[in-house]
Ligand binder design. Structure first.
Ligand code: MG
Length: 202
């Protein structure tokens, strides 16, 4: 509760003057799909590849019993394996160096969120962490992302649509869960940097 209040205060401070990035974690900062597919291949002796995943619920992993993927997301094993997408940490370090702010906004089960927070504190400690508990919220729509210098990057078109933010950007390669997005798009962190360079923010 106290933590929520502190976060509200930080978010309300200097809203309009400081360039602020709200960034999703799974599928934007970290390659979660690769970890899920790796674990599945190990556990079920398969040889699936991440690019074969075309459904949001990993339906292609047909030998996985119910709850399997959910459990992987909640495991230390996930965080031992997971890697940042190329250029992500370097970009965030640069963003922070320039005095801009970054809030990681990610959804998950409370255990997944606790592990994510620990992971981000280790690797990108200068970013604020906002974990959205999926037991309580169905979207990130309640997170305030106001201010004309605010940017929100997510790989799920539904999340982008449900949030209010001046600048919304889809991330990654086209997949069924984002192909309906017709706003700004960056495919990787080189493109993210270019996007902000164009706006004089990097
Ligand atoms: Mg995501």
């Amino acid at each position: 509760m106290v933590k929520d209040k502190i976060m509200d205060y930080i978010m309300a401070t200097e809203y309009d003057s400081v360039p602020t990035l709200y960034i999703d974690m799974d599928g934007v900062m970290i390659d979660s799909t690769r970890v899920i597919v790796d674990c599945y291949n190990e556990d079920f002796n398969r040889c699936m590849s991440p690019h074969m995943i075309q459904t949001w619920g990993f339906k292609e992993l047909k030998y996985a019993p119910e709850g399997y993927i959910y459990d992987i997301f909640k495991s230390q094993r996930f965080f031992d394996k997971v890697k940042f997408f190329d250029g992500c940490v370097e970009f965030l370090k640069g963003w922070n160096y320039l005095g801009h702010r970054c809030f990681i906004v990610t959804m998950g089960h409370p255990i997944n969120l606790a592990l994510k927070e620990e992971f981000t504190k280790e690797h990108v400690p200068f970013c604020y962490f906002i974990g959205v508990d999926t037991n309580k919220y169905k979207s990130k729509g309640h997170i305030k992302m106001s201010g004309e210098n605010s940017f929100y990057i997510d790989d799920l078109a539904k999340n982008l649509r449900e949030c209010v933010c001046e600048n919304k950007i889809a991330f990654g390669v086209k997949k069924p869960w984002n192909e309906t997005w017709n706003g700004d798009w960056v495919k990787d962190f080189k493109a993210v940097e270019k996007y902000f360079e164009k706006r004089g923010l990097m």
